[in-house]
Ligand binder design. Structure first.
Ligand code: ADP
Ligand code: MG
Length: 705
């Protein structure tokens, strides 16, 4: 049994939160900082000094000896370089613990080894990290001891964003400005700020560490590159929401405590569909904070797993044949005074502001479907999208019965006059209370589903940063709001203009609405008829970033410059090629050094058995040994040939210059050579003695945690 936890006591104890700032900062400094956080302005250096000093004292009390500017480079994970607080020793050889406003505000890590996609040549190493005071600083605990982490944005010497955070913050400013215009048009004079809210549900696998260490594929690539299906997979649906086993429960318990201390409001936990798969969801928060916290969550998931002698796999597809892991990005727009702009109310047909927001989102997603799809693209996620375990690669919107009915009324008659009401639920057992069910059922197959008062973007891969999809969502919706506001601000008859605009947008973009089964083949055909893009792979998705309409969109709202977009495309091609190259090299390594030798041993044993039995008893039936030997030898030959072919194409790919052609070659040639190698090896696993097989099987990995 684990010890009792007082959650309200430990929650946020390692965060330099608003409460801590209010307590520890002189009133004037606190007020100045608060104003910067809420309204955006420049902090004076004098105040920065005061804040830095308070932050340092607080961190030292928590045991911190170092601080770091914590940032989110284009690798998709986080980066940190620790600096201790110590000053140069004085004449008596004593050191002081110091931290200045300058050090808080600006850092200068050597930027040359972070991906920049040509934004900066390697010899131009300068890069800056700049304090993002809108995300709270925190103390992170690991084997290095407690470290004061200061969330920062990371940019080049010339001011281009080299990270995922800066564009996110820019996109939040864009949507704030445009959403406020909409609110003002509807007579709201009180809300000061509109903030995108994000709640990211995180799926993950846990495997035993000792077994993990015997799988070079997991070690090098995060996923299994070989592996026959175990006798049982997920077909019984007995893992989903099943009783959480003791070892996993104790892991979840520790993980929650770590996250709560960091101010991450870990809320929901459950077993997922695949054996050994689980999920954690926090309570939603402001998009930038949610992005930081999701990174911290992924990091903590891995760290805590090691303490439990397990490894947390965040790869999108660790095991072929069973579900992979995704991340659902729940998104809505909330004002500083607590209004959710995506709340339809009880009678959405009467809620004109909501209908306008809804149709704006329909138009944004329809116009930029390819770009939204791109924001979920990664080599790992290519295994999931469209594979009947995650939404298809075709972007569409699920509205649910109630809203679809309202939108259909708009289309048919130009007016919506009723809303389907939530019905009373009667279960038919007198002791179970009646309750009101939701106005709409769910749809698990939709990539972008309306779920009551938010949209859930369900295409993301489990290891992805949530920054990119939220940059896209914020900006495309900002654009739609901007166009609407431009029109309505000059309308003579506001009511009539709103009415006409809702109808126009709903009609023009109705094709993006799909409430049916997103996994079906009919949908693929139907989507094609509707002209919706079906972008199957990352390599096919990347060009969306540099399309003229994308560049125009992002430049208009100052979220990305053309150069920043081009650099991101370049980084993504490169990352794709590297990921597949590592997988190919790992397969070559494992097949040559582990699988072929084990198979040779197995064949030798069979041959020995054959001759031994024959010698002992000339007329014994040795057909089984013969058949097995033939089968093993044939598969061995197939393996050897496939290995040679994979080595050949991997070498060709390695010799190519980085960019689209190389990534395309990896996608078309290397991936298929990898599949051709995997096929005989997985068959061999089923006939070679388990004691000889050089690595734990799928069954060992996912059922014996
Ligand atoms: P489900 O599995 O039914 O989708 P969960 O409760 O697991 O639901 O996750 C829903 C996620 O959506 C949570 O992270 C929750 O905090 C978040 N969420 C709820 N309301 C909003 C909102 N208005 N904006 C953004 N996220 C929200
Ligand atoms: Mg969900």
């Amino acid at each position: 049994m684990s010890e009792l936890v007082n959650v309200s006591e430990i929650f946020g104890e390692d965060v330099f939160s608003d409460t801590v700032m209010r307590e520890r900062l002189p009133k004037k400094a606190y007020q100045e900082l608060r104003k910067v956080i809420d309204e955006g302005a420049q902090l004076t250096l004098a105040t920065a000094d005061v804040v830095a000093n308070a932050m340092k004292d607080w961190a030292i009390e928590k045991g911190a000896t170092h601080y770091t500017h914590w940032f989110q480079p284009l690798t998709g994970s986080t980066a940190e370089k620790h600096d201790s607080f110590i000053s140069a020793p004085n004449s008596e050889g004593k050191v002081l613990m110091e931290f200045s406003g300058k050090e808080l505000i600006k850092g200068e890590p050597d930027a040359s080894s972070f991906p920049s996609g040509g934004l900066r040549a390697t010899f131009e190493a300068r890069g800056y990290t700049a304090w993002d005071c809108t995300s709270p600083a925190f103390v992170k605990r690991s084997s290095t001891g407690p470290i004061l982490c200061i969330p920062t944005a990371f940019c080049s010497y010339t001011g281009e964003a080299l990270d995922k955070k800066t564009p996110l913050l820019r996109s939040m400013e864009a949507i704030n400005e445009q959403a406020l215009r909409i609110l003002r048009l509807f007579g709201n004079t009180t809300s000061k700020k509109v903030i995108p809210s994000v709640g990211s549900e995180q799926e993950y696998f846990l495997v035993d560490r000792k077994k993990y260490l015997k799988r070079k594929d997991l070690i090098f690539t995060g996923r299994t590159l070989f592996g026959a299906m175990p006798p049982k997979g997920q077909e019984l649906d007995d893992h989903y929401f099943g009783v959480i086993r003791e070892r996993i429960g104790s892991y979840m318990n520790d993980l929650n405590k770590e996250l709560w201390k960091l101010g991450v409001s870990a809320k929901t936990q459950h077993n997922e569909v695949a054996p050994a798969q689980h999920e954690l969801a926090p309570i939603y928060s402001e998009a930038n904070i949610a992005t930081d916290q999701n990174q911290l969550t992924m990091e903590a998931m891995k760290r805590v797993a090691i303490n439990h002698d397990m490894v947390c796999l965040l790869h999108e597809k660790p095991f072929a044949g069973v579900n992979g892991s995704g991340k659902h990005n729940n998104w809505s727009l909330t004002t500083d005074d607590g209004i959710n702009m995506l709340d339809p109310g009880k009678t959405p047909h009467e809620n004109k502001q909501f209908l306008l927001v809804l149709t704006a989102i329909m138009s944004a997603v329809d116009k930029h479907a390819g770009l939204l799809r791109e924001s979920a693209a990664s080599p790992g996620n290519d295994h999931r999208l469209g594979a009947n375990e995650a939404p298809p690669a075709i972007i569409s919107i699920f509205l649910g019965e109630q809203l679809e009915d309202v939108v259909e009324q708009l289309l048919n008659t130009g007016d919506a006059t009723s809303s389907i009401k939530a019905q009373k639920m009667k279960i038919g057992v007198s002791t179970i209370p009646d309750f009101r069910k939701d106005a709409t059922d769910r749809n698990r197959t939709s990539p972008f589903a309306f779920t009551g008062n938010k949209f859930e973007f369900r295409s993301l891969g489990s290891s992805a940063s949530v920054a990119s999809p939220n940059v896209v969502l914020n900006t495309i919706v900002a654009e739609a709001f901007c166009e609407i506001a431009d029109e309505l601000e000059k309308a003579d008859d506001f009511e009539l203009a709103v009415h006409d605009l809702i109808k126009k947008l709903a009609t023009e973009h109705f094709k993006i609405i799909f409430n049916g089964d997103g996994y079906s083949d009919e949908w693929v055909e139907e989507a094609e008829r509707r002209g919706l893009p079906n972008i199957k792979t990352t390599v096919d998705a990347i060009p969306e970033l540099t399309k003229e309409e994308t560049v125009k969109l992002f430049e208009k709202f100052h979220v990305y410059t053309r150069a920043e977009l081009e650099s991101r495309a370049e980084v993504q091609y490169e990352a794709y090629s590297k990921a597949i190259n590592i997988e190919a090299r790992a397969m070559i390594d494992i097949a040559s050094k582990q699988i072929i030798p084990a198979t040779v041993k197995a064949a030798t044993m069979l041959a020995n058995s054959l001759s031994t039995v024959k010698n002992a008893c000339a007329d014994a039936d040795v057909s089984a040994q013969e058949d097995l030997l033939k089968e093993t030898s044939a598969l061995l030959a197939e393996t050897k040939n496939a290995l040679a072919k994979l080595a050949e194409v991997a070498d060709i790919a390695s010799a190519m210059e980085d960019g689209v052609d190389r990534a395309t070659y990896y996608k078309d040639e290397v991936l298929s050579a990898m599949a051709a190698l995997r096929s005989p090896v997985d068959k061999l696993e089923m006939i070679v003695d388990k004691d000889l097989w050089p690595m734990p099987s799928y069954g060992d990995l996912i059922f014996e945690v």
